[in-house]
Write a protein that binds this ligand. Structure first.
Ligand code: ZN
Length: 117
């Protein structure tokens, strides 16, 4: 399951952040998921439930935000939102377009709880 290995990597990253801030545990993780990233938010959330057990993120909430694909046209220079299966330029219908966002997964925010001292 692709989402489980994505989650393991995510938790590695989160644990490193928590360690470097001396946090007791992780409260909230906010992920931004491109709709072309191949990651299914629902599957990711259930994989996260498993992957977090026994880690510093065991009680963390996972919030996901979706990033819609955007393209830039190399022919006419237009930047626009693109459909999920159509990356052509909406102005000149050129196919020479570059994906600006939409295929990435970004760890947007990690909220930590500090140990009380
Ligand atoms: Zn164009």
């Amino acid at each position: 399951m692709h989402e489980l290995s994505v989650c393991m990597e995510l938790i590695d990253q989160v644990e490193a952040i928590a360690r470097s801030h001396d946090a007791e545990r992780v409260d909230t993780i906010v992920l931004r998921i491109g709709s072309l990233s191949g990651v299914e938010p629902g599957l990711l959330e259930s994989a996260f439930e498993m992957a977090r057990l026994g880690t510093v993120a065991e009680h963390a909430r996972l919030r996901t935000e979706r990033i819609e694909p955007r393209i830039r046209c190399r022919a006419c220079g237009l930047e626009a939102e693109a459909g999920p299966s159509d990356l052509r330029c909406p102005a000149c219908f050129g196919t020479d377009t570059a994906l600006i966002t939409g295929d990435e997964m970004i760890l947007a925010r990690v909220e930590l709880l500090q140990a009380a001292d």
